[in-house]
Design a protein around this ligand. Structure first.
Ligand code: APR
Length: 262
């Protein structure tokens, strides 16, 4: 399935004290398999811009058609390369937050777990998450734009876009651009987890970009409970079984501690 949907619309509300229903805590404690879907919002409290938040979102400041499509790279590889280099530096300069760390704790607590992230920032891995699939790639990796092979050694200092030592084609970030296919193994693992999990936490995503935004429906169709964690309303809010309306950096540590360390 190809990555779809451009839009720039939603605003951030301050975190409030989040009431967590006791039946949700019970469901989480009893769950044999918990899956988690994350989006840019979980990294917001680390200082990484989301894509669609009003004013601060990347797509409210930059045009994704000029920076995040194969045709944009073909038209102007240097502009695209430099923009990802700027984001890569930004991500390298920040730290995971309490939301990321709470998911590491959750991974430790449940028998079976999978973290499905749309984020390319690598902050989950830096926090210590291990059972994880990246649906949209990772900004720290670079690959040959023709052969698709990951390239370990490349110069970030180069004034020109570096080229593949094997075929001479430009190197590009190993991220999924709009109109591109998601990595098959990651999508298959994500869909399998959505079908088999008892609880799916959906954290910090505007739930507008498919195929990731289809995972909550898949979970519910197979009897899974969907829990949205987001300070703002999304298209998923009305369909979710539970909504924790607040920032993930506050909501997730509370959810994990209330479930296992009451
Ligand atoms: N805690 C939890 N959620 C938050 C927080 C926070 N502190 N701050 C903002 N949010 C929420 C916003 O309310 C919004 O719903 O995070 C969401 C971010 O949405 P987007 O910016 O659309 O990011 P995401 O859903 O990850 O985008 C999906 O689109 O641009 C492509 O490939 C890119 O992976 C990305 C995909």
């Amino acid at each position: 399935m190809r990555l779809r949907a451009f839009s720039a619309r939603c605003s951030m509300n301050p975190a409030s004290v989040i009431a967590i229903p006791s039946e949700l805590l019970r469901a989480l404690r009893r769950a044999r398999f918990v899956a988690v879907l994350t989006g840019a919002g979980i990294s917001a409290e680390s200082g990484v811009a989301t894509f669609r938040d009003a004013q601060t979102g990347l797509w409210t400041r930059f045009d994704p058609r000029e920076l995040a499509t194969p045709s944009a790279f073909a038209r102007n590889p240097k502009r695209v390369w430099d923009w990802y280099a700027w984001r890569r530096e930004r991500v390298a300069s920040v730290e995971p937050n309490a939301g990321h760390r709470a998911l590491v704790e959750l991974e430790r607590r449940v028998p079976e777990f999978l973290l499905i992230t749309q984020n390319v920032d690598g902050l989950h891995q830096r926090a210590g998450s291990r059972k994880l699939v990246e649906l949209h790639g990772n900004i720290a990796r670079v690959k040959c734009s023709r052969e698709g092979t990951i390239v370990e050694n490349w110069s970030a200092e180069a004034s020109e876009v570096p080229r593949c030592a094997n075929c001479g084609a430009f190197l590009r970030p190993d991220v999924v651009w709009f109109e591109e296919l998601l990595p098959e193994h990651a999508l298959a693992a994500a869909e399998d987890a959505a079908r088999r999990c008892e609880v799916l936490l959906v954290i910090g995503t505007s739930a507008e970009v498919y195929p990731a935004a289809g995972l909550p429906t898949l979970a519910q169709e197979h009897g899974g409970l969907v829990v949205e964690v987001n300070p703002n309303e999304t298209p998923l809010s009305a369909r979710a079984d539970y909504v924790l309306r607040g920032a993930s950096g506050a909501a997730l540590p509370r959810l994990v501690s209330a479930s296992w360390m009451p």
